[in-house]
Design a protein around this ligand. Structure first.
Ligand SMILES: Cc1cc2nc3c(=O)[nH]c(=O)nc-3n(C[C@H](O)[C@H](O)[C@H](O)COP(=O)(O)O)c2cc1C
Length: 188
């Protein structure tokens, strides 16, 4: 497969960036995600699909709590992407200096964001290297009229040091995914 032939169209499929958060047994955490999609046509029963990689702490907290919150970021919240998306909550408390409260599912709701949705997981699909979680939105609000933050914009404003840090991280993760993505447990 020649990826160059579909690269541009694939880029249209990334969502605005969000901090996806979860909490289990007193451990609160959040990561950045770009793979989020609306998954319901019923206005009073909104649902989202969020794809999380199995290497992430957030993934494990979502599996255990069966809940997550999606906190969409404002265009100016570039720093938060570095705080939450370049390192793991396995190594440090990433939310220590970020103001948040617990939502109805106990998932962290950032006090500063564009909009949030607190979700209960109603199903999940194993992708080998990642899990696609289907979440029912139980609470949500829009906190700002600012523009959302997109990956293609972030890439143009990221400091050079972050670019190198990201390239190293993503190379390692692509290798892990390559090895795991064929190992799907159907119906698990
Ligand atoms: C711009 C950007 C987009 C990302 N999109 C996703 C995503 O859609 N799904 C995912 O699982 N990880 C995504 N990540 C990677 C996680 O945010 C990252 O691996 C994080 O360190 C995991 O943290 P945790 O171990 O504390 O959960 C993204 C990272 C960045 C910077």
């Amino acid at each position: 497969m020649d990826y160059d032939k579909i690269h541009a169209v694939m880029g249209y499929l990334w969502s605005p960036l969000a901090a996806v958060s979860a909490s289990w047994q007193g451990k609160d955490n959040a990561q950045i995600a770009v793979a989020i999609a609306a998954a319901s046509i019923v206005p009073d029963r909104p649902r989202l699909i969020v794809q999380l990689y199995k290497t992430n702490l957030t993934h494990d907290l979502v599996v255990k709590s069966k809940s997550f919150a999606v906190n969409f970021l404002r265009k100016d919240q570039v720093e938060l992407v570095h705080e939450l998306g370049f390192s793991s909550g396995r190594d440090r408390d990433k939310l220590a200096s970020i103001p948040y409260r617990a939502g109805p599912t106990r998932s962290p709701i950032l006090k500063e964001c564009l909009a949030y949705m607190d979700c209960r997981v109603v199903n999940a699909m194993d992708g080998g290297d990642m899990t696609a979680f289907l979440g029912e939105v139980v609470d949500g609000d829009t906190l700002s009229e600012a523009e959302p933050l997109f990956w293609h914009h972030l890439r143009t404003v990221m400091p050079q040091a972050w670019v190198q840090e990201w390239d190293t991280k993503i190379k390692r993760e692509i290798e892990i995914s390559r090895e795991r993505m064929g190992k799907i447990r159907w119906g698990a």
